[in-house]
Write a protein of this length. Structure first.
Lengths: 190, 158, 141
C-alpha cells in the first residue's frame, strides 16, 4: 500500500498540481512572518499564535482540495493518517516527504522530521537572542495540520519541538491525537 | 440531462442551489431549504437502516481514479423515480452534493457511476473556486459567480 | 599578503568588513596588516568610494577592477545593480581571481537580501555569511 501511495502522489505532484516559483513562495511567506514580527513589536509568542491561526484557516480549506485532487479515502488508523500526511499531504503541497517517527507506545503521538523546509530557505532568525528561543518560524504548518485534520474529524495537537533555524540539528513537528470527533462524523460512513 | 445541483454543509444546511435547466418550474427558496433538510434527515436515517453486508461491499475504493472518494458508504445513494433521479455524494468532511437528473436509462448502476463522475468534478470545482476563495466563509451560503459559471460550463460540456 | 574587504551600503554606510590573509604560496590565511594599517584600511577604502561612483557609470560590467592605489595597495571594486559597493584592498593585482571572488560574494549577498529579516543597508551580522566569505577568500585569494 505504501508503494501505491508514493507512486500516485508523485504522479499527482507531476501532473495535477500547478507550480509556482519556489523563491516567490519562500519570499512571500518570509515577508508575512517578518511583517508580523514588526507589527507585534517582536512579541514572538503572538507571532507564533498568529501564524497558527493563519495556518488553521488555510488547513480547513486546503483539505477539500486535498481530498478532491488525491482521492484519499478515510484512514483506518492514526498510523495511516501519519503516512498520508507525510507521503501525500506534504508531497502534494510542498514536494517534501517528512519522516514519520518517534511513535509513542499508545500510537497517539508521532513526529514529522522535515529534512527540507521550503518555507525557510534563505532565512536566518533575527539575532536578538529571544527570536532563537521563542519564534517558531514555520508555525503556519502546525495550524494547517490542525485545521485539515479537524475537518476530517481528528482533533490533534501540533507543535514544533525543534527547528534548524534555531540551531537545532533537525526540524521536528510533534503531532498528538487528542480524540476522534465522533459526534461530527458525517452520517453514512462507518 | 442534469436538472439541478444542491450543496449541503456539514450540518445539513443548504448552501448552494443551481437550476441547470431553464425549462423547469422553479421552487421557492423556502421549498429548497425544506427539501435539503428532509434529504439530510432521510440520509442519516437510511445510514442506520443499511444492512452490514451492504456496508462492507460498499467500502470506499481508496485512490479510485486518483480523484475524490465518495465517503457515502451506507447513506442514501440515489433515488429513482419515473420523473427524475437524484444522486448523493458525500465528502470525508461531511459536505453533501446532490444532483437531480432525468430518470436513469437502463442499468441503474451505470447511472450511479456516471453521476458520481460528474459529482467528483463538481467537488473539484468546489475545492478550487469556493474553498480557495479567501473571502468565502466555511459553512455559509455560496455566492461565488465564478463557481456558478464553472458549474454551468461543466454541465454544458457533458 | 593580506586583504581587507568592505561592503558599502547605498548611503555610503559600511555594512560588512573582513580582514583576510592569503592561502596561496603556503600562506596561512592570517591577515598581516600592521597596527597602523589596520586603522588606516577603512579610510583608504572610504576614500575610494568617490572614484567608484565616477567609474561605475563608465563601465557596463559590475566588476570595475582596480580603481585606486595607495602606497602599493590596490583597491578593486564591484557594484551590485542595487548600488551596494564591494571594495577589496589588496597588495598584488590579480583581476581574474578577484572577479570570481566578487561574483561569489555577490551570490552570498543576494542570499542575505532574500532573508526576510534582513533590510537593505542593515549591517550584515550573520555568522554564516562571515564564514562563507572567508571560505571564498581561501578559495580565490
Amino acid at each position: 500500500m505504501n508503494k501505491g501511495i508514493k507512486a500516485s502522489s508523485d504522479d499527482i505532484w507531476k501532473n495535477r498540481v500547478d507550480k509556482v516559483n519556489a523563491e516567490l513562495f519562500t519570499l512571500t511567506y518570509g515577508s508575512v512572518v517578518a511583517q508580523l514580527v514588526r507589527d507585534f513589536k517582536n512579541d514572538y509568542q503572538k507571532v507564533n499564535q498568529q501564524l497558527e491561526k493563519m495556518g488553521y484557516n488555510i488547513g480547513i480549506r486546503l483539505v477539500e482540495d486535498f481530498l478532491a485532487k488525491t482521492g484519499t479515502g478515510r484512514c483506518q488508523s492514526f498510523k495511516d493518517t501519519a503516512e498520508v500526511v507525510s507521503k501525500v499531504g506534504f508531497k502534494v503541497f510542498l514536494n517534501v516527504t517528512p519522516q514519520v517517527t518517534n511513535w509513542t507506545s499508545d500510537g497517539k503521538t508521532f513526529s514529522l522530521i522535515l529534512d527540507e523546509n521550503p518555507l525557510a530557505e534563505f532565512v536566518e532568525l533575527p539575532d536578538d537572542e529571544r527570536a532563537k528561543k521563542e519564534l517558531w518560524y514555520s508555525n503556519v504548518l502546525t495550524g494547517v495540520l490542525k485545521g485539515a485534520l479537524e475537518m476530517v474529524q481528528l482533533e490533534v495537537d501540533v507543535n514544533f519541538v525543534s527547528d534548524v533555524l534555531r540551531g537545532d540539528d533537525r526540524t521536528e513537528l510533534r503531532l498528538q491525537l487528542i480524540r476522534f470527533l465522533k459526534d461530527e462524523m458525517p452520517a453514512g460512513e462507518d | 440531462m442534469i436538472q439541478s445541483l444542491f450543496i449541503l454543509n456539514r450540518s445539513g444546511g443548504l448552501i448552494y442551489q443551481h437550476d441547470l435547466n431553464d425549462g423547469l418550474n422553479k421552487l421557492s427558496a423556502n421549498e429548497h431549504l425544506i427539501l435539503a433538510g428532509t434529504i439530510h434527515g432521510v440520509f442519516a436515517i437510511a445510514s442506520k437502516l443499511t444492512p452490514t453486508a451492504v456496508k462492507v461491499s460498499a467500502q470506499p475504493r481508496a485512490q479510485s481514479q486518483g480523484s475524490a472518494v465518495n465517503g457515502n458508504t451506507s447513506g442514501l445513494k440515489s433515488i429513482e423515480t419515473d420523473k427524475f433521479s437524484m444522486y448523493i455524494f458525500q465528502t470525508l468532511t461531511g459536505v453533501k452534493f446532490l444532483l437531480v437528473t432525468d430518470p436513469a436509462q437502463g442499468d441503474l448502476n451505470s447511472g450511479c457511476d456516471t453521476a458520481e463522475n460528474v459529482l467528483r468534478k463538481i467537488y473539484a470545482l468546489y475545492a478550487d473556486y469556493v474553498m480557495k476563495n479567501p473571502f468565502y466563509e466555511i459553512d455559509m451560503p455560496i455566492r461565488v459567480d465564478l463557481f456558478d459559471r464553472k458549474i454551468a460550463e461543466l454541465v454544458k460540456a457533458l | 599578503m593580506s586583504y581587507y574587504l568592505a561592503l558599502i551600503g547605498t548611503t555610503d554606510n559600511p555594512i560588512y568588513e573582513a580582514e583576510m590573509g592569503t592561502y596561496r604560496q603556503g600562506g596561512d590565511g592570517v591577515p598581516k596588516f600592521s597596527a597602523e594599517m589596520k586603522e588606516l584600511n577603512p579610510f583608504i577604502v572610504h576614500a575610494a568610494i568617490d572614484i567608484v561612483e565616477d567609474v561605475q557609470w563608465r563601465s557596463n560590467s559590475l566588476y570595475l577592477k582596480a580603481v585606486d592605489e595607495f602606497y602599493g595597495y590596490y583597491i578593486s571594486a564591484f557594484v551590485t545593480p542595487g548600488n551596494i559597493k564591494f571594495l577589496l584592498l589588496h597588495e598584488t593585482k590579480n583581476d581574474e581571481s578577484i572577479r570570481q571572488f566578487f561574483n561569489d560574494v555577490n551570490d552570498l549577498y543576494v542570499k542575505t537580501v532574500l532573508n526576510p529579516f534582513y533590510n537593505v543597508n542593515d549591517p550584515i551580522t550573520s555568522a554564516v555569511f562571515d564564514l562563507k566569505v572567508k571560505q571564498l577568500g581561501k578559495k580565490y585569494l
